[in-house]
Design a protein around this ligand. Structure first.
Ligand SMILES: NC(=O)c1ccc[n+]([C@@H]2O[C@H](COP(=O)([O-])OP(=O)(O)OC[C@H]3O[C@@H](n4cnc5c(N)ncnc54)[C@H](OP(=O)(O)O)[C@@H]3O)[C@@H](O)[C@H]2O)c1
Length: 265
């Protein structure tokens, strides 16, 4: 793996420069995505459309599209001279990343109940994103990120780690509530109840946005910030779209429920 990286980059300074540029590129992609999402919903799940390619089985799609988010980082951490992996802040941040993606790739897909097939274009874009972002986050953390020795006791790290953990719990719990709305074999939609869904329509999205915002605060880098920003753009739009969809679909949808931010929005 080191051989591949050495053939791609002439020096470590060059690779770090590319990683920095990639983070700014991700921010640019988030801004372009923001504009696109003003006109169109991300086409999967309830917004899936045959205009975006042939349908891919939903469990297969989630498993395969998210798998590179583990495989690429795994190779980078264990099969390269990942020189910063002996440092505690880097280890903890990498653990946060892996914890999320092990759940998302190896557990979540096999629990889905009655999910809509994913259009091929959405599936392919998700694969590209997982490779790109997996490399960006974990190469930076495993080989370049330098933190002060006492960074894990810094208020930014502690509050970021708490936010990450709270967000992860909310995300996993909310996805659990959604999947249990359907009995085996059902494919329709019901009003989600319980947990943070009592306050917002996009409880699972609120959890994931909180998670990566916490990761960015604890990681304190343009790379983690770019990921948190991209997640915010995609999932805030999805939460708003779902909220509008629920209001038109269910006459008895709770009127006090907000789209994404409890009591506010
Ligand atoms: N980091 C990122 O950029 C990013 C991007 C996308 C997703 N994600 C995460 O991936 C997870 C899934 O995302 P998603 O967009 O697929 O979430 P979603 O639209 O809320 O759907 C999640 C699952 O629950 C089902 N479901 C949703 N609402 C339901 C209802 N009212 N009644 C019955 N079943 C319902 C869906 O079925 P259908 O397929 O039939 O709709 C799907 O299987 C979330 O945790 C999200 O945070 C992260």
């Amino acid at each position: 793996m080191d051989y591949i990286l050495k053939s791609l980059f002439s020096s470590e300074a060059e690779e770090l420069y590319i990683l920095d540029c990639s983070a700014y590129l991700l921010i640019l992609m988030a801004l372009l995505t923001f504009v696109t999402l003003l006109f169109e919903n991300v086409p999967y799940g309830r917004y899936a459309s045959s205009r975006y390619g042939f349908p891919v089985n939903v469990k297969f799609a989630w498993f395969v599209q998210e798998l590179p988010a583990i495989l690429v980082p795994f190779c980078l951490v264990f099969f390269t001279s990942a020189s910063r992996t002996s440092h505690l802040p880097n280890q903890l941040l990498l653990c946060m990343y892996f914890c999320h993606y092990v759940q998302r790739s190896l557990i979540y897909p096999f629990l889905i109940r009655g999910g809509k097939p994913t259009p091929f274009v959405s599936f392919a874009l998700a694969i590209v994103f997982c490779i790109f972002n997996g490399y960006l986050q974990t190469r930076y953390l495993s080989h370049y990120a330098e933190y002060p020795a006492d960074w894990v006791t810094h208020p930014c790290f502690i509050s970021g780690a708490i936010l990450w953990f709270a967000g992860w719990l909310i995300n996993v719990h909310s996805d659990h509530i959604l999947r249990n709305l359907r009995k085996p074999g059902e494919t329709g939609y019901k009003i989600p109840r319980g947990g943070l869904f009592e306050f917002v329509s996009g409880a699972n999205f609120f959890g994931e946005i909180t998670e990566w915002a916490g990761f960015a605060l604890a990681g304190h880098s343009i790379h983690s910030l770019a990921f948190a920003f991209f997640t915010l753009v995609v999932l805030a739009s999805r939460a708003m779209a779902h909220h509008k969809w629920y209001l038109t679909k269910f006459e008895d949808y709770p009127k006090s429920r907000k789209a994404l931010l409890p009591f506010v929005f």
